[in-house]
Design a protein around this ligand. Structure first.
Ligand code: PEP
Length: 256
């Protein structure tokens, strides 16, 4: 974290978990466990159908709601899809774009990631753009090349002003849902690389203002060490965000 230049953001990615009633119950429980949020913003990335219940349940809290995906077109014959302005109208503030599960199971590409980032920004939503290497890529020593390419393609045609609204999440695929966390050194190295790629294109002032999260089996035990790294400005948290105690512990660690 570097509180002088940027906000720390702790985001819970619920994936395909929790009905609307369960969402309300989890948020009510979470609210009782989170202390004063002085230093960090909290975001819950909930399934589409949970959004209205989640918005209602967070009205009296400093918690923003995110969608986990969206389509880049405004409207049209895209059965099963949801557009940015639909999310905006519900009160959604953030949208996760390019999560590795979307890339792997739903054909998300660097091109669609870029189109979605642009559509989100045009509609006043803050994109949380996920990038990360596979185990094969890490073992083949091409992590830096892969991450650089993903970041550059996500940011095609994005202006410096727009960039200030974007959050990046470095999520090594081998660490997601596996219980295997990147070491603080590995995570910090890649988050630093993402910032360097941004710096090369937009300059130092813009680069230092961008929030770059780490995601991949973050939990109450490893959160403090990861968040202590200067280039890690928060977390995108899957499994541990489904338990109020664990997620609150991570939020409280970010507020220390
Ligand atoms: C994620 O869903 O983005 C994630 C990091 O999951 P987990 O924390 O369960 O590894």
């Amino acid at each position: 974290m570097n509180r002088k230049y940027r906000r720390t953001i702790i985001a819970g990615n619920w994936k395909m978990n929790k009905t609307p009633a369960e969402a309300k119950a989890l948020i009510e429980e979470l609210k009782t466990k989170v202390g004063k949020q002085k230093w960090c913003d909290v975001v819950l990335c909930v399934p589409f159908v949970d959004i209205p219940a989640a918005i209602r349940a967070t009205r009296d809290a400093k918690i923003s709601i995110a969608a986990q995906n969206m389509h880049f077109e405004k409207s049209g014959a895209f059965t099963g899809e949801v557009s940015a302005d639909m999310l905006k109208e519900l009160g959604v503030k953030y949208v996760v774009i390019g999560h590795s599960e979307r890339r792997e199971y739903f054909g998300e590409t660097d091109k669609t990631v870029n189109l979605k980032v642009k559509a989100a920004l045009e509609n006043g939503l803050r994109p949380i753009v996920c990038v990360g290497e596979s185990l094969d890529q890490r073992e083949s020593d091409i992590t830096a090349e892969h991450i650089t390419m993903q970041v550059k393609l996500a940011l095609a045609d994005i202006t410096a002003d727009q960039l200030r609204k974007i959050v990046f999440a470095y999520e090594p695929i081998w660490a997601i849902g596996t219980g295997k966390t990147a070491t603080a050194e590995q995570a910090s190295e890649v988050c630093g690389l993402i910032r360097a790629v941004i710096r090369a294109k937009y300059g130092a002032r813009v680069a230092r203002s961008v929030t770059i999260q780490y995601g991949g089996s973050m939990n109450p035990k490893n959160a403090a060490e990861l968040l202590a790294q200067l280039d890690i400005d928060g977390g995108l948290i899957g499994g541990a965000s489904l338990k109020a105690d664990d997620f609150a512990a991570i939020i409280n660690a970010a507020n220390q």
